[in-house]
Design a protein around this ligand. Structure first.
Ligand SMILES: Nc1ncnc2c1ncn2[C@@H]1O[C@H](COP(=O)(O)OP(=O)(O)O)[C@@H](O)[C@H]1O
Ligand SMILES: Cc1cn([C@H]2C[C@H](O)[C@@H](COP(=O)(O)OP(=O)(O)O)O2)c(=O)[nH]c1=O
Length: 208
């Protein structure tokens, strides 16, 4: 039976350009929260639902019009919010998502140049009342991110983009961090994994 008195969980999103080190820290954050007695739902965007994973496959591998790309990102997000994020938060679980709407602003907006007003309209449509309680922005210079990517994996459609694309994504992420300083914490991801983990523990302490 659902406990209707359970307090609402918290929502944490992870952001950064590809290769910044975001995925490396997700399992650590989940384990840290679980050790504090939280129930944690770990998810990702695009994806996080059966339909969303199909959209992810198309988004990461097929060429498409920029606005189609933005709309599909938000379609995946709509499903993710309805099926995963909101029910979990209402149960009192914590949600950690590998990317959320800041990624659309950074990649479709900053990287590809889609008008910010269109993204704001989609954000208002898809989640007018929901924002992450905390966004962890893993920030590194482009050459560091590129070296990490090249060392580890086969590159998808976004990861094959050139340096100026990632420079524009990174600038947009940093612009948003300056715009929403209460929500977005910038983490210097050039530091060692152990140093970053120590920083994360401190940040999570403050969240409760
Ligand atoms: N602080 C770090 N120092 C050195 N290597 C790192 C660091 N963080 C991540 N990496 C390595 O860089 C690679 C890319 O990291 P990943 O977490 O997959 O990036 P992202 O999810 O941001 O694309 C991985 O092989 C990871 O082990
Ligand atoms: C959520 C989202 C992701 N993306 C892109 C960023 C990433 O390059 C890609 C997939 O993200 P990610 O899961 O970080 O890739 P990986 O599993 O390879 O670490 O989707 C957007 O362009 N817009 C969005 O709104």
């Amino acid at each position: 039976m659902t406990d209707s008195t359970a307090s609402r969980g918290k929502f944490i999103s992870f952001e950064g350009i590809d290769g910044a080190g975001k995925s490396t820290h997700i399992a650590f954050v989940a384990a840290t929260l679980e050790a504090k007695g939280k129930r944690v739902v770990s998810s990702r965007e695009p994806g996080g639902t059966a339909l969303g994973e199909k959209l992810r496959d198309m988004l990461l591998h097929e060429k498409m019009h920029l606005e189609t790309e933005a709309l599909l990102m938000f379609a995946s997000r709509r499903e993710h919010i309805a099926q995963v994020i909101e029910p979990a938060l209402e149960r009192g679980d914590w949600v950690i998502s590998d990317r959320f709407t800041d990624a659309s602003f950074a990649y479709q907006g900053g990287g590809r140049g889609l008008d910010r007003a269109k993204m704001e309209a989609l954000e208002q449509w898809v989640h007018p009342h929901l924002q992450p309680d905390l966004t962890l922005l893993f920030d590194v210079p482009l050459d560091v991110a590129r070296a990490r990517l090249d060392a580890t994996r086969t590159l998808d459609k976004f990861e094959q983009e050139k340096a100026d694309f990632f420079a524009a994504c990174r600038n947009e992420y940093l612009r948003r961090a300056a715009q929403f300083p209460e929500r977005i914490v910038v983490i210097d991801s050039t530091k060692s994994i152990a140093e970053t983990q120590a920083t994360l523990v401190g940040i999570l302490e403050k969240l409760g």
